[in-house]
Design a protein around this ligand. Structure first.
Ligand code: SAM
Length: 286
């Protein structure tokens, strides 16, 4: 069963008009895309993902469904260029459900400590450096800083030292084992390598830089009255979204519609525990 996080809330806040243009910048399995396409037809939905395999799966999931979707393989930091290349002007609304998909986590591209695979972690496998490059090439201090700055891993120095001593590290299970040996579980429910995996994934995919670029592009992407509905999971990402929304509101260029972030209901968290840290914020361009 595939759950799209905060789906009814996203649809309600997008305030969809049939016949208008929308974008889903994180297509994933296509859950949000489908719901937006059904409500906006005959308008178009531009559905973007930098993971080509996610787009292929979404196309399969949505085959036989709404036809008013154009799939685009791109990072959302390039959203304005990608839309302009297709002759698409400003949008009536856009959404992004940030982070990593369950399919990526359960696949064999090294995203998780519980499934084995080459230590890659790139969402777009056609570009950039891999997690193995970082683990095997960064100086110990830089590796420790990366773990601390991106995931607030308090044992970053111990972990970085263990990783450097055990180079080369090639697979996700090898990484998980080295971290578990270096910092054994101390009563926490979390796997000892949880934060290490998260920090490496965020660095490989430049997640904070991507969100910052998307936030800066919002006034160029949306028409007056157009809404941005952004779902974040990581506190660093949530902070970037909140700060940008507040700034645009203060400058009189947009209205912040969610004074407090919208969170999933108890029922949603019960049915899909991965939704527990989600926060949704909405901005309307004036
Ligand atoms: C949480 S999933 C989205 C799930 C989707 N809303 C659904 O209903 O199936 C996040 C997706 O966004 C993609 N993604 C993350 N950062 C991206 C970026 N900067 N540019 C484009 N796609 C990105 C990931 O590859 C992943 O497929």
């Amino acid at each position: 069963m595939h759950y799209s996080v905060l789906l009814p809330e996203t649809i309600e806040w997008l305030n969809i008009h049939s016949g208008s243009r929308y974008a889903d910048f994180t297509c994933g399995m296509g859950g949000h895309t489908r719901a937006i396409a059904e409500r906006s037809a005959p308008g178009m939905v531009y559905s973007m993902d930098r993971d080509a395999s996610a787009l292929a799966m979404a196309k399969q999931n949505l085959a036989g469904g709404p036809q008013n979707i154009e799939f685009i393989h791109s990072a959302f930091s390039r959203a304005r260029q990608a839309l302009t290349e297709r002759g698409v002007g400003k949008l009536a609304g856009l959404t992004a459900d940030l982070g990593v998909s369950r399919v990526q986590l359960t696949g064999d591209r090294g995203f998780s400590f519980s499934t084995d695979g080459p230590l890659d972690m790139r969402q777009d496998t056609s570009q950039g450096i891999t997690a193995a490059d970082l683990v095997n090439q960064l100086p110990e201090r830089e590796l420790a800083n990366l773990l601390f700055n991106l995931a607030q891993e308090r044992r970053s120095y111990v972990i970085a030292r263990a990783l450097v001593r055990n180079r080369p590290v090639h697979t996700s299970l090898q990484l998980a084992e080295i971290v578990s040996r270096a910092v054994p579980r101390t009563g926490s429910k979390l796997h000892p390598a949880t934060l290490t995996f998260m920090a490496l994934r965020m660095a490989v995919n430049q997640e904070l830089e991507e969100v910052t670029a998307l936030m800066e592009a919002l006034p160029d992407l949306l028409e007056p009255g157009g809404r941005a509905v952004i779902i974040a999971f990581h506190s660093g990402e949530a902070k970037i979204v909140k700060t940008c929304f507040q700034r645009l509101h203060r400058e009189g260029r947009a209205r912040l519609l969610t004074k407090h972030a919208v969170k999933p209901s108890d029922r949603e968290v019960y049915e899909n525990s991965a939704s527990r840290s989600a926060t949704l914020r909405v901005l309307e361009i004036v």
